[in-house]
Design a protein. Sequence first.
Length: 423
Amino acid sequence: LLHDGFGSAAAAQTKAELERLEFFEDTARADADAASGQGLYDGCYSMLLCRVVLGRQWLSGGYDGCGGDTNDDESTACDSEDVSDLEAGSTTDEVHDQICQRGFDSAVITSDGVLRRFVPCRWSQVYPEYAIVYERCTPRHIGIEHSSFWRYSQVCMSERLRRAPPYWANCQNQEPFAEMHPVLKFKPRIQQLMEMTWKAKYTRDRRASNGKRIPRGDPNGDMPCSARVLKVMRVENSAMWTSYTVAVKRIRDRRAVCEPLGRHPAYTTDGLDDRARRRLVTDINETYLWHGSSPQAVISIAEEGFRLDLSGKHRGNMFGRGAYLAECASKADEYATDDPEGHYQGCFAMLLCRVALGKVQTLRSADYEAHERTGPEKEFDSTVGDREEAVGTFREFVVPTREQIYPEYAIIYERVYRSARIR
């Protein structure tokens, strides 16, 4: 049977709390009393799936008989006047007290002849075997979870840029909006994309959990080998989306068609299926790229956009000033930090962004003035620092204006290490 949970602590119910709980066989009825969690569990609910020994049941609310031996005079007394107070309107406490006094193990109370609630007499009859954390979903809440999730309309560019993407919950909203929606169907795809773009390569930017540089060869096993996605939120912000689509149109009007990215497309784009790639304006090198940061900073970026005045304060400006992004999740993770306290303590964060790269200048060695050649009315629209070809590590993508980036997905995750423990 099901019991609604209390925030994120559903699995920690004490014996005293279980003593007078009611249980349901209907998921929707149990969910009706569930409460939303806080912090990382904001927008999440919990439920317990319990093993319950009902034993000798007191049936009320329109059922014939009481279970067990229906010829037992005491058992069939549940339909007589002296138990009328155990009809559907009775409180759980009233039901519990009376069934215990009259020698029954549990009561089954019917509401409107359809829904039943089960009230055990003793806490020892209940074992809370499974604790379930979940998100409520409707077609609007999850961004239309059916075959049109990746829907792509063949419309002219001006019309496409004017509207919010068709898979957004706000795709038909004509008013300004700034929301973050938990996504269910896309979460496994994000996990898969992280794993596909995770490349175990050592660079000097990689730090251990204590903030110190990891020695070459990783003798202490401090380098993570993967990531475990905990939560994915889709950012739906009409003001940021408008700014982004204006930047896309500006690049398209000026460049018409841009040469493809270097030796191969971004690994993030390669990792998507055809329907997902059709979201992108590929002739101006629009692609998905990762950006690592802390949970608090990622939420701030998702709400307000990138702050380029902070560029380089974390690791430097090897390829000039601008916002740094990566095609490999492991490279973006090098820039990610965990929050030292609060709900996200020990968790890291990353953004999966739509980025309009436009005409790209490719560099294989450091150039701290590269930004002087990128931007509106400049020769290039962005920079690719190709250290993958130069020394076998990673490519980094540097964008000079915040309008060229739309942070579409905010991801909270844990690092996974070779020892299989989470840090």
